[in-house]
Write a protein that binds this ligand. Structure first.
Ligand code: UGA
Length: 476
């Protein structure tokens, strides 16, 4: 059992602290925001992650996890200090490391010699070297390692417990092996590497995932022009074991708190080094183009309408979260408002946050109200709730016919039969088989089934995103 301090009770820090406690370590998570801290201590976590409330409660009860704001009390006895503070984007796209270095300075005031400082949140390459230099200036001998985190929002606890790999970078193997040893009870391949490779590896992982999505979005445009269907292309390429099916779903593109900031930070880093990150820049550009395309499709359907109105289903950047950071829906709404379009929007979790961030639309609790009288609809987030909607009812209460499926999750053929002017991304008018192809993934809800079987439409729409939300029972 090691004594560990985790700095920052954000999404990475809370999960890392609770996860390390689960692995048998004694953990103190430090949080300087008093209000956030007292909520956590009162048992109200500021983030929603399947399994996290239970895990935190269990480890606190076992005496393995504590929360505090006192560096002076917690740091001196720590063997390891994990940095899990924010690195928000600066206006030029670079990563702001102010919180990281403020935390490091305070840690160094209290740490005992020999402590190991580990960067957990995504930090620019070279951050570990700078931490080491600060420690040298302060006259304290420390080890510094990088242990990047690969967990996804909505399944962070699951990802912590079942990582694809554990990466630890340090300037010598003994330090890297020591940090990797903290996770020894997890069954996962371990990659020990240099600190800079570990730091860059995290950016590369996010960048390649975003690249796959943008690549498929480019294929979507090509498919559309050629009257092919990108969801079939996805299946054709995704079944190649060298490629695999993940992160190939075309649509409105990627958002969130990580991909946008990490890709721009990587691009800025490259250009500082005199390199042109051509692929990364193109990936960002293609992603932006998807939002533009959605706006175009919506404006086209509202042109020349009196008091034009658009309904938006889904606001969060992906389902099972209320996180609006980098969410395509918000960008699109702003563009529509600028054009004088009336917007009504629904989201199962993010309504209040959206209202605070982008005032102007009517944010409504009832998805049907969003569709009433609308000239066009956009499905922007593939929440399973939208799978159960009565699309015949929606069609009858809209003024227009256009339905933009921003996530390519709705059964085009069935909706077209209902009279919708269906527009997906890369889903050309049906031109191939006589019968609609069955939806490919297993239904997410007990009611859902595929629309080729003559089932009623209100139970027929299957959300097919592969990775939305991990089953809570798989967590520990
Ligand atoms: C991402 C990475 O997946 C994590 O491994 C990483 O740890 C995390 O960033 C981070 O750096 O902290 P996350 O931001 O939670 O996780 O979201 P993802 O599930 O990766 O989805 C990112 C975006 O891609 C979403 O907007 C999603 O809608 C979009 N997406 C995903 C697609 O458009 N198509 C796909 O096929 C998959």
């Amino acid at each position: 059992m090691s004594r560990i301090c985790v700095i920052g009770a954000g999404y990475v820090g809370l999960v890392t602290g609770a996860g390390l406690a689960h692995l048998g370590h004694s953990v103190v998570t430090l949080e300087v925001d008093r209000e956030r801290l007292s909520r956590i201590i009162a048992g109200r976590l500021p983030i929603q992650e399947p399994g996290l409330d239970e895990l935190v409660a269990e480890k606190r009860a076992a005496g393995l996890l504590e929360f505090s704001d006192s560096y002076a009390a917690a740091i001196p006895s720590a063997d390891y200090v994990f940095l899990a503070v924010n690195t928000p984007p600066l206006p030029d796209g670079d990563s702001d490391t102010t919180f990281v270095f403020n935390a490091v300075r305070t840690v160094l005031e209290h740490a005992r010699p020999g402590v190991t400082i580990v960067t957990k949140s995504t930090v620019p390459v070279g951050t570990g070297d700078r931490i080491e230099a600060l420690a040298t200036e302060a006259g304290i001998r420390v080890d510094v390692a990088s242990n990047p985190e690969f967990m996804r929002e909505g399944r962070a606890v699951y990802d912590f417990m079942r990582p694809d790999r554990i990466v630890v970078g340090a300037s010598d193997t003994t330090v890297a092996a020591k940090v990797a040893g903290l996770f020894a009870s997890l069954e996962a391949p371990t990659i020990l590497t240099s600190r800079r490779s570990a730091e860059l590896g995290k950016y590369a992982a996010n960048a390649i995932l975003a690249t796959r999505i943008s690549f498929m979005n480019e294929m979507a445009s090509i498919s559309e022009a050629l009257e092919a269907d990108v969801t079939e292309i996805e299946r054709i390429v995704g079944t190649d074991t060298r490629i695999g099916p993940a992160f190939l779903q075309a649509g409105l593109g990627w958002g969130g708190s990580c991909f946008p900031k990490d890709l721009s930070a990587l691009s800025v880093t490259a250009s500082r080094l005199g390199l042109d990150a051509r692929i990364i820049n193109a990936v960002v550009q293609v992603n932006h183009g998807q939002r533009e395309r959605a706006v175009e499709l919506l404006l086209e359907a509202t042109a020349n309408r009196p008091d034009p109105s658009v309904g938006i289903l889904g606001l969060a950047f992906k389902p099972h979260t209320d996180d609006l950071r980098g969410a395509p829906a918000l960008d699109i709404i702003e563009r529509l408002l600028e054009q004088g379009i009336r917007v009504r929007a629904h989201d199962p979790a993010a309504l209040a946050a959206a209202n605070a961030q982008v005032p102007g639309p009517d944010y409504l609790d009832d998805p049907y109200e969003v569709t009433r009288g609308a000239d066009a609809l956009l499905l922007a987030t593939e929440w399973p709730i939208y799978s159960g909607l009565d699309w015949a009812r929606i069609r009858s209460q809209m003024r227009g016919r256009r339905l933009v499926d921003g996530r390519n999750v709705l059964p085009r053929e069935v909706l077209e039969r209902l009279g919708f002017d269906y527009r997906g991304f890369g889903r050309a008018p049906w031109a191939g088989l006589d019968e609609p192809a069955p939806l490919r993934e297993r239904p997410r809800s007990a009611h859902a089934t595929h629309p080729g079987n003559g089932v009623k439409l209100d139970t027929a729409v299957v959300i097919r995103r592969h990775d939305a939300g991990a089953p809570a029972e798989n967590v520990a």
